[in-house]
Design a protein around this ligand. Structure first.
Ligand code: ADP
Ligand code: MG
Length: 230
């Protein structure tokens, strides 16, 4: 099991009142799965993604990543976990605009203290894996949206994380580039990568192996379909 969430609740304080955003979220993701978390805008998807990615802690409930209880880790252990076990992909790519594709992908390896030569080698391989072997030295401004997102995916994958977390990865792309990103995710998953993708778009969610729907911070069950849509 890669992820285990049990009765996760999250609230924000607004004028000293607790505003609930996630309510009793319970689910698991096994190694090798490709899961979509689907829900409309404001349903709590990004809040959940931040918890899954150990960028934020739940108000209550338990979250285990690779069997580790995340709430028991200190800040240093949490950043180590984020660096080594989690790959992030965002709607807006989040690339450094002055750096080449290669330098962007090398970044997590630099943080992890990997030597220059090995960084080059691994970043090159990661970019080849996403089909950008010919664009190593291009800056983000010289790349299309879909290519920028592939650089971001190479960067997320370069440390061989346990899980790839993607928050609306096609949200900023035209439908053709979006479809290319979806086929890349399918290929990576077939190669064994565990993926949790967040989207408001049912057609995008349908391309994952399994869907979890959330509405107003709660998982929507489909009893007629045997519980969570599987
Ligand atoms: P989604 O990604 O599904 O659009 P979010 O997780 O971004 O939803 O937000 C869910 C709800 O939580 C929204 O009502 C939003 O206004 C609220 N929210 C998110 N982050 C914060 C915050 N830091 N403080 C207060 N409210 C927040
Ligand atoms: Mg969001």
């Amino acid at each position: 099991m890669i992820l285990q969430l049990e009765n996760i609740n999250k609230h924000y304080l607004q004028d000293k009142l607790e505003v609930p955003v996630l309510k009793n979220i319970t689910f698991e993701v096994e190694a090798g799965e490709y899961v979509a978390i689907m829900g409309p805008s404001g349903s709590g998807k990004s809040t959940l993604m931040n918890i899954l990615g150990c960028l934020d802690l739940p108000s209550s409930g338990s979250y285990h990543l690779n069997g580790l209880d995340v709430s028991k880790l200190n800040d240093a252990q949490l950043s180590d976990l984020r660096l080594k076990e989690i790959g992030f992909v965002f709607q807006s790519f989040q690339l450094l605009s002055r750096q080449s594709a290669l330098e962007n992908v090398e970044l997590p390896l630099t943080y992890a203290g990997v030597s220059k030569q090995e960084r080059r080698q691994r970043a090159t391989l990661a970019l080849e894996r996403v089909g950008l072997g010919e664009r190593l030295h291009f800056k983000p401004t010289q790349l299309s949206g879909g290519q920028k997102q592939r650089v971001a995916i190479a960067r997320a994958m370069v440390n061989n994380p346990s899980i790839l977390l993607a928050d609306e990865p096609t949200g900023a792309l035209d439908s053709k580039s979006g479809a290319q990103i979806m086929s890349l995710f399918k290929k990576l998953n077939e190669e064994g990568v565990t993926i949790v993708m967040i989207t408001h778009d049912r057609a995008i969610a349908d391309q994952a192996q399994r869907k979890i729907e959330i509405l107003d911070g709660e998982i929507v069950y489909h009893p007629e379909r045997g519980g969570v849509d599987r």
